[in-house]
Design a binder for this molecule. Structure first.
Ligand code: PSV
Ligand code: MN
Length: 426
């Protein structure tokens, strides 16, 4: 199924009067505060978020998986699904592949297909957290950090292979997330594990094409529950520095211990020019991989406030790669992703409303109350008409979820693919 702009035009027409009314009211009040409304909308239009190839089917937990009918069973169908989300939201213009879950067979055909949906290939992700069929060495006791030289070499070779696949697709970055760690005190020598990881990453880094970036993702625990080799942003930052200027830290919102101040982490990394990539999701307890903004929308806004500040003030930091990294256990994955995209753009729009000049003044005057007023004035603004305008300008849907349902997207996918089709990957 494909959605064309005429279909959306009809659905939008029914909602346009309500939109115009809300937009004019909001635009007027924002303009009065001295903000450039067109510049804000342009920033929202330009903000594109990659969809991971592994998030288009039902996720599941270690206790079970409740499949979703009409799941995309091939890479081609996954790209079609991202195409549907992008047509509706105009903010999902990229896909991020996990290798070997999604290895293309015909590269030209895959690129043409993505191109026809206006979709780029974002970071490619390596996988040394599972043993692959017929692989010689096991990663049960680690991959890049393993005490086994043969296992380390196999893991390095896999990452180099993933870069080669990414090159053929036009990707420009490799994301490395390691499950390596230990489950019990005394099981592993922390120093050896870290040193092995650094040495292995340097081997991979050596083969990185000139215009590529290496993203090093951190996570405090899971699947190992006593220690993880790259447990926090500091360890990732240190490893990125050891590799070189094309290596960066990747922040995944779910990869922090409770109450970590993620906006401060983001600020530190951007000041040092080392925030390379970002995985969005939300959580209540751990790496819950829930819909973005569903549990802690204010925290997301504060993080965006730091990101927007960094994008405006830190030319030393490259433009970060944005991706959703969520798992959909009970919702339709496409609807869940649409909700996440909306929440991301909402937090982004609110952060763009923060009056940075006034905030700096209030900070310098130690006017703590005013600082909070400025931040919360932006947060309390209902920015949804701005998001609607950005989508409308690009031919998307005023209300993507409503359009998804009225166009009966899931019903059509089930008709085309059958009720039992299962997404490949996780
Ligand atoms: C690990 O929890 C992670 O966040 C990494 O980004 C992986 O690539 C992804 O999830 C796999 O689901
Ligand atoms: Mn992640």
């Amino acid at each position: 199924m494909r959605i064309d702009k005429n279909q959306l035009g009809e659905a939008n027409q029914k909602q346009i009067d309500g939109h115009n009314e809300h937009f004019d009211f909001l635009a007027n009040s924002i303009t009065k505060k001295g903000k450039d409304i067109d510049a804000i909308i342009k920033k929202l239009e330009d903000f594109q978020i990659a969809i991971p190839s592994w998030a288009l089917g039902a996720g599941g937990t270690r206790f079970g998986r409740f499949g979703f009918q009409g799941e995309p069973s091939t890479l081609e169908l996954k790209i079609d699904d991202v195409g549907l989300i992008h047509a509706l939201t105009q903010s999902a213009g990229a896909i991020s592949l996990h290798i070997p879950w999604d290895v293309p067979t015909d590269y030209n055909a895959i690129k043409d297909l993505a191109n026809s949906h206006d979709i780029l290939f974002d970071a490619v992700n390596s996988n040394t957290f599972q043993d692959q069929k017929n692989s010689k060495e096991s990663y049960k006791f680690g991959s890049l950090s393993s005490t086994s030289k043969a296992a380390r070499e196999q893991a390095v070779a896999h990452n180099i292979e993933v870069i080669k696949i990414g090159e053929k697709l036009g990707s420009k970055s490799l994301t490395v997330w390691l499950a390596d760690g230990s489950n019990f005190p005394g099981q592993s020598n922390f120093q050896t594990a870290l040193q092995n990881t650094e040495d292995s990453l340097k081997e991979i880094y050596k083969t990185l094409p000139e215009d590529w970036k290496l993203f090093i993702e951190y996570k405090p625990y899971e699947p190992n529950f006593y220690s993880t080799v790259i447990q926090d942003w500091g360890t990732s930052f240190m490893l990125a520095n050891a590799c070189g200027e094309k290596a960066y830290t990747l922040v995944d919102l779910g990869h922090h211990l409770p109450n970590a101040n993620i906006e401060q982490i983001v600020s530190t990394l951007m000041l040092k020019g080392k925030l390379g990539g970002f995985h969005f999701n939300d959580s209540k307890y751990g790496d819950d991989d829930l819909t973005v903004g569903s549990v802690k929308p204010y925290a997301l806004f504060l993080i965006f406030n730091a990101l927007v500040y960094g994008m405006e003030n830190n030319p030393q930091n490259p433009y970060p790669a944005w991706m959703i990294d969520a798992s959909h256990n009970i919702k339709d994955p496409l609807e869940d992703l649409i909700q996440s995209l909306e929440a991301i753009q909402e937090a982004h729009a609110k952060a763009l409303l923060v009056d940075q000049k006034l905030l700096t003044e209030a900070q310098l005057n130690h006017d703590v109350v005013k600082c909070q007023e400025i931040i919360q004035d932006a947060y309390r603004t209902d920015v949804r008409p701005l998001l609607e305008k950005a989508r409308l300008n690009q031919g998307g849907a005023l209300s993507p979820i409503k359009a998804y349902r009225s166009l009966k997207v899931r019903e059509n996918l089930i008709k085309e693919r059958g009720a039992n089709s299962v997404a490949s990957g996780l």
